[in-house]
Write a protein of this length. Structure first.
Lengths: 242, 404
């Protein structure tokens, strides 16, 4: 097969994949999270993951960001400047230098399987749950910020000031590091992460270890791109359209 | 070790001693005040942020820790390599190393966001995959080894003399690993364009010799002058040429590091940012390279300045300045360059994606860092008064009978 034919075939199959995703979307993007009994330990039989189709995010992720802010209460620090404010999720605009093609996508903790932030943390505060959710244990975080140096996605923030009126499900505090925890409190209660509920047409949440889960099925069929896949971190957050 | 050297404490506690102690004590107090201020308000009162997460306090802390390892090198040369002329210098070398290490560690500790959790950490889980965790063991082990090493140098028992060389060798190996561990803090950061290079480990080892030798030389000259002891050219010339050779070695390793980076297309951006026109370029070329490396080497190797003590003092002071510049460029410059999430693309966001991050240290950060220097020197000066660290003389005749 000539190079051009090969290119054409790849292009057409990509188009077909996107069309298929659009067609099956109403059936695919279903909630499939089961509540975990409080006395049951976290199991590594599950690996939570997320798929984001940026072509369907008409606002580039603004609604997700607002939902995350509302759920976890970050972003209204009184004294911190713009560079010091916490941001658990952000909208990144990307323009390819040569072609000028632009896209916007939400970027947060990618919940790596082999997370650099977990490797470098001296106390184990930066940890990965058995079910793949990466988060910070605020009770033992000493605030050294080594995890922030190590994170390839710049997904972490340091709390630069005293906070008041934190959300009950989201412990936050001055002098500790924080980041997207995939709404672990909601997931354990059998709900979707807040961002997924804010953009159900574009985001899918589920168990990557369960081959019958919707997310596994569509990822198996159409794949899913990782940001900085070259680092081989096997992220739990995958994208379509980047 | 040399048995005919006589050591003594600093006895003449005149106004000069207390004035020096008071000055550095004030610096240490200012550092503590800065810690209290930052701790009370939170880090928003500093120039550090979510992009530049380690700032000026870390520049001082890393410099002091790296210098500590190098300061002990003077003792190593006497013990491990049997150079007799270095042996009378060993006590001060080992004690200075501990003083600098404590100064640096205290700064690191006091900059932590949640210092209270450190106590829990001591009784809790430690992640041994973390270089930081390794460093905690390496640093505390270093202090313990130095304590034994000092004992072998200062005690007259047979047991201590027997242990002098083995402990010296252990100390040398331990320092080697310790400085590699400090360099590896950066070497293991996979996603940062300016780090993630194994050469940072040997670079830090050699840089430690520069910083340590420079500080040791300045401390030796100042303490001998202030206590009225004789310091001959034989000792100073050894330190002088040691300093210059180590500066040349750092220069070489930096050259290799940058040339390697310049070969790889993916690093062109960050190299251009650091070397050519970015906010760190002047500090790199004038601070680290010209005044921190080339001028000191000239001051040492220029034949007109042979035996010139002022030239040596200036060279050592410039090497210290160059070292601070080097750490600043590596630490702040490396963080200032944006992370590359999407190669060959321009990125922007409300979280400083794709921009060169600016950093400007605030007064409390300077005070915290300088406070660590103050604490280290206070510790040293008090040590000189309690222990017999300084030889009564280092005249040419006493250190080398064949010196002409």
């Amino acid at each position: 097969m000539s190079k051009i034919d090969s290119y054409r075939r790849n292009f057409l199959s990509g188009l077909a994949g996107t069309a298929a995703a659009v067609t099956i979307a109403p059936g695919v993007f279903l909630r499939e999270v089961q509540a975990k009994p409080a006395d049951e330990p976290i199991s590594d039989k599950v690996r939570w993951g997320m798929l984001i189709d940026i072509n369907k995010l008409s606002d580039g992720g603004d609604a997700c960001i607002e939902a995350c802010k509302k759920e976890h209460g970050w972003g209204d620090e009184k004294h911190s400047n713009d560079q010091q404010d916490a941001q658990w999720i952000r909208k990144v605009k990307v323009t390819e230098k040569m072609t000028g093609k632009t896209m916007s996508l939400p970027v947060m903790c990618q919940h790596c399987e082999t997370a650099p932030c977990v490797d470098v943390c001296p106390t184990g505060a930066s940890m990965k749950r058995a079910d793949g959710i990466v988060q910070v244990n605020k009770h033992i975080c000493i605030g050294c910020r080594y995890c922030m140096m190590a994170c390839p996605y710049k997904a972490r923030s340091f709390v630069h000031e005293t906070l008041v009126d934190q959300r009950p499900g989201t412990p936050r505090g001055k002098g500790t590091v924080e980041s997207c925890n995939m709404c672990v409190n909601r997931v354990d209660a059998g709900k979707n992460p807040a961002c997924v509920d804010a953009a159900p047409e574009a985001m899918l949440f589920g168990d990557l270890n369960d081959e019958n889960s919707q997310i596994s099925k569509v990822l198996k069929q159409y794949g899913g791109t990782q940001i900085r896949a070259d680092l081989e971190l096997n992220t739990g957050v995958r994208y379509w359209g980047i | 070790m040399s048995t005919n050297t006589v050591f003594s404490e600093v006895k003449n506690s005149g106004l000069g001693y207390w004035a020096v102690l008071g000055f550095f004590g004030l610096l240490a107090l200012a550092g503590i005040a800065a810690f209290y201020y930052i701790h009370h308000h939170g880090h928003y009162v500093t120039g550090m942020n979510n992009q530049i997460v380690w700032g000026m306090p870390h520049v001082f802390a890393i410099f002091l820790i790296v210098a500590a390892s190098g300061a002990a090198n003077v003792a190593t040369v006497g013990t491990v390599f049997g150079k007799k002329i270095y042996q009378p210098l060993g006590r001060l070398s080992a004690f200075l190393a501990v003083a600098l290490l404590i100064g640096g560690l205290v700064v690191l500790l006091l900059d932590l966001g949640s210092i209270g959790h450190v106590i829990e950490m001591a009784f809790g889980y430690i992640n041994f995959k973390s270089i930081f965790a390794w460093n905690i063991i390496l640093y505390s082990g270093f202090i313990a080894i130095i304590a034994v090493y000092l004992w072998t140098m200062m005690d007259r028992s047979k047991a201590s003399k027997k242990l002098y060389k083995p402990v010296g060798i252990i100390n040398m190996i331990w320092r080697f690993v310790l400085t590699m561990g400090t360099g590896s803090i950066f070497g293991f950061l996979v996603a940062r364009q300016y780090y993630d290079a194994a050469i940072l480990a040997p670079l830090f080892i050699v840089a430690s010799y520069v910083y340590g030798t420079a500080i040791y030389t300045l401390v030796l000259m100042a303490s001998f002058k202030m206590t009225g002891r004789e310091l001959g050219d034989a000792v100073l010339n050894r330190l002088r040429y040691t300093l210059a050779i180590f500066i040349a070695l750092v220069f070489f390793l930096e050259l290799v590091r940058h040339l390697t980076n310049l070969y790889a297309t993916e690093h062109h951006g960050v190299e251009s940012y650091i070397l050519n026109g970015g906010p760190f370029s002047n500090l790199f070329w004038y601070g680290q390279i010209l005044f921190g490396s080339l001028v000191p080497m000239f001051l040492v190797w220029c034949t007109f300045l042979r035996n010139n003590r002022m030239a040596l003092a200036v060279a050592a002071a410039l090497a210290v300045f160059g070292g601070l510049a080097q750490i600043y460029v590596i630490l702040i410059g490396g963080q200032s360059y944006p992370l590359v999430l999407f190669p060959n693309s321009e990125t922007s966001s409300t979280f400083s994606d794709g921009v060169f991050n600016a950093y400007s240290a605030t007064l409390p950060e300077y005070l915290l860092g300088i406070g660590g220097v103050g604490l280290a020197i206070c510790f040293l000066i008090i040590g000189m008064k309690i222990f017999r660290l300084l030889p009564t003389t280092l005249s040419d005749a006493s250190v080398d009978p064949h010196h002409s």
